[in-house]
Design a protein around this ligand. Structure first.
Ligand code: FAD
Length: 361
């Protein structure tokens, strides 16, 4: 079968009540974007039990079709039966691309599916595009290939292509696509798949379920985030400072902003600061506050980067913020390349001044 015969962009979507989880709606929007570029269908792929309303909602949120399996033995997620069913679906219907959310479940499922389908998997993407790809050694140009865009391991953003394999598989980090507005008048095709359970897939027994405590630190729900980086360890003259001082200043600034403007604020941090495990910041700067490639992706109204250099791994977690303010004493710090407002000065001068302005001083 030639590669051109692989059609449509699939998004593996996870049910939440009668609809889909927000990250699933995001990757459905990503599938829609790619499908529109290549003139094909965006397809939601859903496994579970009692899915009548769920599949309708997937259509309302932008899917042209839903491929689904609605079986009692698929009610709860289990990686082996889910992997088998998704592979059977893909082998039968031959999608051009297959997208997953880069979360715990997606990280468990997508590599298994990719391996069994004998294709590649680009993980943790922040965007997708469709491009022609030239492969020098065979002097071949592959048309309309999925460009999978993600931070590389150093300082840049990489594009990954898998031109000779199908489906082209990618996982996408939450927070990078806006879900499409629900439109109940949309119509689409429902394709029910009827898989047969295979006994050897049920080696794992679910004995108990526990609800995981949600993080108290609501970075995603904040209107304004002030993030702290390694710059808080020294002042502009290079003298060591107690980093607790910067944490307190920023807490007070956020409290004044809440009082003055009604904006909800949170404190974020770079991985470098979190990994430093400073005793002065024990219990205050924890991994739940990490913004970036291996942390959380945020898009607040205002993001203030304090003493942060602007490494690509940090940037990809905050670049979608509506307004970015950077405070850094190094005039050439990379963070200034994306800042809407650049304050090129010592944070230990700027933060007290900001606090006193907000306090009316
Ligand atoms: C695989 C991988 C994943 C990663 N994931 C993440 C991630 O999710 N999130 C993340 O943040 N990082 C991540 N990193 C780390 C990342 O590469 C950077 O090392 C990190 O973001 C740097 O943190 P920083 O900006 O706090 O520190 P630095 O790079 O040390 O920058 C400190 C900045 O403070 C400024 N400064 C110093 N003193 C002052 C002062 N008094 N006033 C004002 N400015 C001052 C300096 O000019 C400098 O620009 C990852 C790295 C790898 C390899």
């Amino acid at each position: 079968m030639s590669l051109e015969q692989y059609k449509d962009v699939w998004a593996y979507c996870v049910r939440e009540g009668d609809s889909l989880t927000r990250p699933s709606l995001e990757i459905l929007a990503a599938a829609r974007k790619v499908a529109d570029k290549i003139g094909q269908k965006a397809v939601a792929v859903i496994l579970g039990y009692g899915l009548d309303r769920v599949v309708e909602n997937a259509i309302a949120h932008g899917a042209d079709a839903v491929v689904y399996a609605d079986e009692p033995w698929l009610e709860k997620y289990q990686c082996l039966p889910y992997t088998r069913v998704l592979c059977e679906m893909a082998e039968k219907m031959k999608p051009y691309a297959f997208l997953f959310v880069a979360d715990e479940l997606g990280r468990d499922l997508s590599p298994r599916v990719a391996y069994r389908l004998n294709t590649g998997l680009a993980t943790d993407n922040i965007d997708l595009a469709v491009e022609d790809y030239y492969f020098g050694p065979t002097n071949t140009t592959y048309r309309n290939i999925l460009a999978q865009i993600r931070p590389d391991f150093a300082t840049r953003v990489a594009k990954i292509y898998t031109p000779r394999h199908r489906p082209q598989m990618a996982s996408i980090r939450p927070g990078n696509f806006e879900p499409l507005r629900r439109d109940p008048s949309r119509r689409g095709e429902l394709i029910r798949f009827r898989p047969t359970p295979v006994e050897e897939d049920f080696k794992v027994k679910i004995l108990e379920e526990a609800i995981q405590r949600k993080s108290q630190i609501d970075l995603e729900g904040a209107d304004i985030i002030i993030s702290l980086g390694m710059g808080i360890l020294r002042d502009g003259e290079g003298n060591p400072r107690n980093p607790r001082e910067a944490f307190t200043l920023v807490s007070e600034i956020l409290e004044l902003i809440r009082r003055n403007y009604g904006l909800k604020g949170e404190i974020g941090a770079t991985r470098a600061l979190i990994y430093s495990e400073l005793k002065e910041l024990e219990g205050l700067i924890t991994s739940e506050r990490q913004v970036g490639q291996t942390g959380r992706t945020v898009a607040p109204q205002i993001y203030i980067a304090v003493g942060i250099s602007g490494a690509v791994q940090h940037k990809v977690g905050m670049i979608k913020s509506k307004k970015i303010v950077a405070i850094n004493s190094d005039r050439d710090a990379p963070i200034f390349e994306l800042a809407h407002y650049a304050i090129k000065d010592d944070l230990y001068k700027v933060l007290p001044r900001l606090r006193s302005l907000l306090a009316g001083g």
